[in-house]
Design a binder for this molecule. Sequence first.
Ligand code: SAM
Length: 277
Amino acid sequence: MSGRLVVVGTPIGNLDDLSPRARRALDEADLICCEDTRRTGRLLQSMGIGRREFRVVNEHTEHGQAPQLVSAIAGGSMVVLVSDAGMPAISDPGQLLVAAVAEAGLTIEVVPGPTAVSTAIAGSGIDARRFCFEGFLPRKGRERTERLAAVAAEERAVVLYEAPHRLERTVADLVELCGADRPVALARELTKMYESWWRGTLGEAVAHLEADPPRGEFVVVVEGAVPAPPAELDDEAILALLAAELDEGASRRDAIDHVAATHGLPRKRVYRLATDS
Ligand code: SAM
């Protein structure tokens, strides 16, 4: 088969989660791009795969490595991209290389594997029919404050990654902005020996983390904000809406219908205001 980049998901803890397809891709690779050669070397060893040529692709090297890797693929090599754990390009390197290979018009395949984000969503019990992935919050400054405010206002469930030593601070900040009653799930050490789940409110999470200081890897799933009820429109505001419709050339009847329908107002009330004015 001709040259290609194969993006491979690797286990986030439990080695049994490496799929047969992922194993085959690693076995067939001409070159493996990874964050840490020792770690990926151990993964290959545990799978009974012999040594492969490695290239370190991390946040510092990805940009510089991309042209050579694109050339290797153009020359017919099968280049496999993995990260330390989970899916590359999810809070991990990979996006720049994929973009460079795509830009060169070369083939990209993805072998999907475990990722902490979907694993946490699945076990959280939080309504995440619509969710957004925030990943790691900025550590400090205005950027952090703004992102926390955006998380608090978000109506979809939000998934955060957090280091154990910053988890208490982040949960305390979330209480401040989202309120103590917002449901949250803390997913710890997923797929590992000490996997554990905690579900409750943000306020309760503060007490929980005080009693049981966080250790290991965590994902935080925060329920979305309840949408604010539409602001009550007073008579003056309704008259302004009617005037705008009429200015645009609508008939009085169409203006009444449109204002009532788009703002969920009783037609009788809009009609009365339109005819009294
Ligand atoms: N690429 C990975 C993925 O697909 O999930 C994420 C890598 S990111 C550098 C590492 C963060 O992911 C951790 O700090 C933690 O928030 C989360 N994470 C990764 N593995 C985890 C696990 N087994 N249990 C809980 N969280 C995990």
